[in-house]
Design a protein around this ligand. Sequence first.
Ligand code: HAM
Length: 419
Amino acid sequence: MSTIKKIKGFNDLFPPVSAIYSRMEQTAREVFSRYGYYEIRVPLLEKTELFARSIGDETDVVQKEMYTFPDRKGRSLTLRPEATASVVRAYIENKRYASESVSRMFTFGPMFRYERPQKGRQRQFHQVNCELLGAEAPQSDAELILMLWEYLQALGLDGLHLDLNSLGCRECRPAYHETLGSYLAGVDADELCDDCRRRKTTNPLRVLDCKVEGCRSVMQQAPRLADHLCSGCQSHFASVRTILDRAGIPYTINPRLVRGLDYYQRTTFEVVAENIGAQTAVAGGGRYDGLVSDLGGPALPGTGFACGMERLALLLQEQEQPGTPVDFFLAVLDDEARDEAILQAQQLRKQGLAGEVGYEAKSPKSHLRHANKAGAAYCLLLGGQELQEKAFVVKNMQSGAQETVSWEETGRALRQQRV
Ligand code: HAM
């Protein structure tokens, strides 16, 4: 019979890569909880309208990349392309703002975007996502970035770079849109890529960060958003930068950084890595003050970021990963020892030891081979004679030394050797 293969752009994760994902999640829990963040879980599937209204109808994500389908009753549903919209929906729906003046939340999980798969770009990918709702002060943007930076450092990643920009707010951006629109109206359509010819009228800001060479050179002379910020946005941005400077975070102001999601205002940022292929952004985020009210909630501000776990994993794979210790391999030598092996292994695990059972009765030589492969510190041999004596032959896999140790004493002996 033919085998069934996975969908293009969707991946299976096995050790050691799956262990890297666990470490990313564990480190996130440790770091973020020190900043007052709590973990939440939100659905993978939402009403399509949620993403259209938050990410923006004219974005590439909504236009071309969503997995959207009708359910059995014909309602349009979408596999989430990102988590912010869902977290904000959940925040509003559960009225978190009524009991928390500031909500600090993080979540992990798969996201889905129908993009062309390549190194660091999948159709199902994973994010570590943080959202800070209810805080308006520029200090909160800076703290969020410091937390992200600490997280990346806790993972042992350096050599990363932070790009920073301000996108202005609903007060000052419309005027800039117009200025940019008039500039683009004067640009010969042939000089722009197909996407930017459309964006020129639908979403001119996105032309700013187009990677296509022709568009880049056209935009060299474009009016800069930084020169059109209102005084509120200017002072907000200056305060964020002051804290980052004082904290010694290396960053570059990147006036082209507009991000691919429409909800951003004011501070936006991306963390960029080198040497992981064409997709270099390992994290991105920013402030989204109008989003809560756009989704029907109160007029409360928000800011957040997401790290792309596939891209972080590419960096982490180059590091030496600490393996999980395997204390014992319990080897069954005779059929009559099979049940006892399970029960004795259970006793050892209750004492905090980790190990596996070789279930089938085999020769010591064959078991030792398996013990070696499992990376076990000790092989515990259990045959008919040991069953009678209520003992194991305990073999040190490194030195080769062996001695008979009673079941009762084995746990203690193994734990002592561990330290
Ligand atoms: P984003 O920039 O679209 O932002 O995605 C964040 C990160 O997810 C990217 O920097 C990248 O590392 C990773 N990523 C995105 N698409 C893919 C893909 N197809 N394959 C692999 N990795 C990918 C957001 O999603 C916002 N929701 C972040 C945010 C949270 N802003 C405020 N709060």
